[in-house]
Ligand binder design. Structure first.
Ligand code: GUN
Length: 283
């Protein structure tokens, strides 16, 4: 049976470190790192995320502002808010919760956020820097995965790493981070032929396709490390990952549960980025 990677515990340990660093930063500089979170409309899942982000800010001692805008907000109004936050010295990180209502252009917002305050690392300048390997802001979810691997003592160098999913938020940056850590990286997606066969090659398998319980024991090599980035709601309302835990856990050497695996790490990495942004602002 696999070792279960406890994302809650690792996340709590990193947040405690961030809190300590924040106290030192505040003493030295006379202000605290500040994060602004924007949410447009009433998507319940987004509201939960935003609430959790505010809580995390309190926990680590950040200053935070939340902007809950009505669903009818225009692009111009949203742009004006982003411009104001770009110019606000108390704010070091800006996060606009996605997805936005359909009439708004997500790309326009991403491009408008000052890359120095782009704690999601979604701006093309930051995406490009991640590609090169010279970056300050970590893509939050993939960086959370890397921290889980690191703190569980899992070696990446030279290993077969298979990332399933090619989104801009998870799959692509995840592949880059594993590559920077000297993994041999394969990216799979919906058109991949022989997906099960490719997955069975993996020493480290990262599942990020958004399909409940998709990865089963027969797709995993004996002793593999299995990281489940999925967050799916079952018909009965229960949260479940992309990995069928029951059949995969007996074969894996390490596995992340859902909930309590990758999930708690994402916001922790956002806090880390906000601290980094504040530090860069005084350099
Ligand atoms: N929606 C779901 N995940 C994220 C995230 O990491 N950042 C933003 N801005 N929106 C999201």
């Amino acid at each position: 049976m696999a070792n279960i990677i406890d994302g809650k515990a690792i996340s709590a340990a990193i947040r405690a470190e961030i809190k300590q660093e924040t106290e030192i930063f505040a003493k030295e500089n006379g202000f605290r790192p500040g994060l602004a979170v924007i949410i447009v409309g009433e998507d319940p899942a987004s509201q939960v995320y935003v609430r959790n982000k505010r809580r995390a800010c309190e926990e680590v001692g950040f200053y935070s502002e939340a902007y809950e805008l009505p669903a009818e907000t225009t692009q111009e109004e949203l742009n004006t808010l982003v411009d104001k936050l770009n110019a606000n010295e108390k704010i070091h990180g800006i996060l606009c919760q996605l997805p936005l209502p359909k009439h708004l252009d997500e790309n326009e917002v991403i491009l408008r956020i000052d890359p120095k305050k782009d704690v999601d690392a979604f701006h093309p300048v930051n995406v490009g820097r991640i590609m090169i390997g010279d970056y300050s802001f970590l893509p939050c979810t993939p960086a959370g995965v890397m921290a889980l691997l690191e703190r569980s003592g899992i070696e990446i160098s030279g290993k077969e790493c298979v990332v399933v999913g090619r989104s801009n938020i998870v799959g692509k940056p995840q592949a880059m981070l594993l590559l920077h850590a000297n993994g041999t990286v394969t990216i799979c997606h919906s058109r991949t032929k022989n997906l099960a066969e490719v997955c069975r090659r993996a020493d480290i398998l990262v599942a990020a396709i958004g399909k409940a319980d998709f990865f089963t024991g027969d797709m995993v090599k004996e002793g593999a490390v299995v990281i489940d980035v999925g967050m799916n709601r079952r018909a009965d309302g229960k949260l479940t990952g992309d990995v069928d835990f029951e059949s995969v856990a007996p074969k894996a050497s390490y596995i992340t549960p859902v909930p309590g695996g990758v999930g708690p790490m994402t916001i922790t990495m956002l806090m880390k980025n906000t601290l980094t942004a504040a530090k860069l602002s005084v350099k």
